[in-house]
Design a protein around this ligand. Structure first.
Ligand SMILES: [Zn+2]
Length: 184
């Protein structure tokens, strides 16, 4: 039976690189993948998944009204979702159904928490529903494992207030450990 997978991390962890590598692995076996990313992440243009190694691919997009269950997946072997933290709870439920009722593996990549340490609703639901959860590890500048991230302004100062979603490029975020997160 297919599973719903959730691969979570802090910012700048190479999530998109891993996603594109998995897509490549399927395609090298002549299997089709369906790629999705959030419509609100337009850092590199709407509907593009871009890795830090500068590999880029076109992708389908989802916004808050998108329904994963009504799409035609044909002979898709795997569904890959980037920026999954921006999903609604309903969309996480839809992907769970796709894995278990239609037997299509679904692999989601996303941030667990925002820059204030609050959970993204999409990630909270994926952590609850996913059959397989794995952390993508990153290192804090102090050498500990980075589990959080902070937002910084153009001058490099930490920003503690603001909207949960502010797509400003990875340069505006820094992955940190829990201790550095609270030291400010
Ligand atoms: Zn640290």
């Amino acid at each position: 039976m297919a599973k719903l997978f959730f691969r979570y991390a802090a910012m700048n962890s190479g999530k998109s690189t891993q996603l594109l590598q998995i897509a490549n692995n399927y395609e090298s076996m002549d299997k089709k993948v369906a790629l999705y990313t959030s419509a609100i992440d337009d850092r590199y243009g709407v509907g593009m998944i871009t890795s830090r190694l500068n590999i880029q691919r076109e992708s389908n997009t989802f916004d808050s009204g998108f329904d994963f269950l009504t799409q035609d997946y044909g002979d898709t072997a795997c569904i890959l979702v980037d920026e999954a933290q921006f999903m609604t709870p309903e969309q996480a439920q839809q992907l769970h159904r796709l894995a278990h009722q239609r037997n299509i593996p679904v692999i989601c990549f996303g941030l667990r928490t925002d820059f204030q340490g609050h959970p993204f609703p999409g990630s909270a639901w994926l952590l609850s529903l996913a059959d397989d959860v794995e952390e993508i590890k990153t290192i804090c500048h102090c050498g500990r494992k980075a589990t959080m991230h902070i937002r910084i302004d153009a001058a490099g100062r930490r920003v503690k207030e603001g909207p949960q979603v502010e797509i400003g490029g990875e340069a505006r975020y820094r992955a940190v450990c829990g201790r550095c997160f609270h030291q400010g």
